[in-house]
Design a protein around this ligand. Structure first.
Ligand code: CA
Length: 389
């Protein structure tokens, strides 16, 4: 079983809105070897890609003699990693991929076609392969570059870190007491344990104040500061930026540190937190998670580093299924939902097609089992335009 790619990379910043909508279709036809050849093939490899993932529909046409079984091979020039396939048995070793027929679609008469699909992830590049071979015989194109359409490159200019016209913009410098007041109110929407929320003057990302949460383990141990800002008309894409610092690695058990009442769930929460040591989204009403909590899914998320300030950004599309997450300008592939269900990532999440409609923001701690943590939040902003770190 190949290990999911985890190496870090320096990737141009992608604008949230573009990343949401980015579904670039690439169609490549690899021509057959010379006319009249006894063997030959044509491969149409159609890619639907987004930042971090892709699906591909592969159609192979046999231009040679009839085959009773087929095997299509190719080499990825990028860092594509196939996570699943259908209508073929697909294996990947390094960059080499072998797809064999699924049995029922093995017979390929001269001029006949077979189709199969696959999905996968990529980090730094996902060019269309150029060296297809059917049953060991090249489909042509050797030494030539197939006519690819390069993916649309989103603008690389990061959005401003300033609040701009954000609906909510909090550096907590206006908090004079220890108890959050004014634009922030302490709340425990479901149930209250021993967790606390306070204004802290010892640790801050900006100025001299931040919001400190002493989160405590134990089922239903909830403590939040709720912003009074009404977010119910912010959008259509809700952009959230926050600086977070915490002391204890995310536990195996489910926890949440951001909770947004969501009118699409009848007021139940759209939550951001962790499980199995990595960041995750959770939908309270059906307990769906993003990514799926499979080992492959968790590996596509990231831990929240401890002991230093981390910039977290979220984009919540309220008009179409779409969620995105950045940790310090890295788009986290496992925390990305789009319209294409991807196994281990957003397949479960997309089982609900009604987009979320957050109406407010709460920062704090919810534990449903184990997991003590102390967290600080600072420089929190929510608006209808992307907000940078
Ligand atoms: Ca501050």
């Amino acid at each position: 079983m190949p290990t999911p790619l985890l190496r870090s990379l320096s990737r141009p910043w992608t604008v949230v809105a573009a990343a949401f909508a980015l579904a670039v279709s690439l169609l490549v036809a690899v021509p057959a070897n010379g006319a009249g050849a006894a063997t030959g093939c044509r491969v149409d490899y159609t890619v639907n890609e987004w930042s971090g993932g892709y699906t591909a529909q592969v159609r192979v046409t046999n231009l040679g003699a009839a085959l009773s079984g087929w095997r299509l091979t190719w080499t990825y020039d990028g860092d594509q990693h196939i996570t699943s396939a259908w209508n073929a048995n697909v294996t990947q070793t390094g960059q080499s991929v072998t797809a064999t027929d699924a049995g029922w679609n093995g017979a390929l008469p001269s001029g006949g076609t077979a189709e199969f699909g696959l999905q996968g992830t990529w980090r730094s590049a996902d060019p269309v392969p150029a060296d297809f071979a059917l049953n060991g015989v090249s489909c042509g194109g050797d030494g030539t570059t197939p006519p690819t359409t390069p993916p649309t490159t989103p603008p690389t200019t990061p959005p401003p870190a300033t609040c701009g016209d954000a609906v909510l913009c909090a550096d907590f410098e206006d908090q004079s007491g220890q108890v959050p007041s004014g634009n922030w109110q302490v709340t425990a929407p479901d149930c209250q344990g021993t967790g606390t929320v306070a204004v802290d003057t010892a640790v801050a990302h900006s100025g001299s104040r931040s919001l400190r949460v002493d989160g405590r383990a134990g089922y239903c141990n909830h403590a939040f500061a709720a912003a009074t800002a009404d977010l119910s008309t912010t959008g259509p894409v809700l952009y959230i930026r926050m600086w977070v610092r915490h002391t204890t690695a995310l536990p195996a058990a489910h926890v949440a540190f951001v909770s947004m009442p969501d009118s699409s769930q009848g007021g139940r929460a759209l939550r951001i937190g962790g499980q199995n040591g990595a960041l995750q989204w959770n939908r309270e009403s059906d307990d769906a998670t993003l990514p799926a909590q499979s080992p492959a899914g968790v590996a596509l998320s990231r831990p929240l580093p401890t002991g230093s300030w981390q910039c977290l950004r979220f984009a919540v599309d309220t008009s179409a299924p779409g969620l995105d997450t950045w940790l310090n300008d890295e788009q986290v592939p496992g925390l990305h939902a789009d319209g294409v269900p991807t196994q281990d990532v957003d397949q479960q999440w997309l089982s609900r097609t009604t987009p979320p409609r957050p109406t407010a923001l709460r920062l704090g701690w919810e534990s449903y089992g184990t997991g003590d943590d102390t967290l600080w939040f600072d420089d929190v902003a929510v608006g209808s335009s992307p907000i940078g770190c």
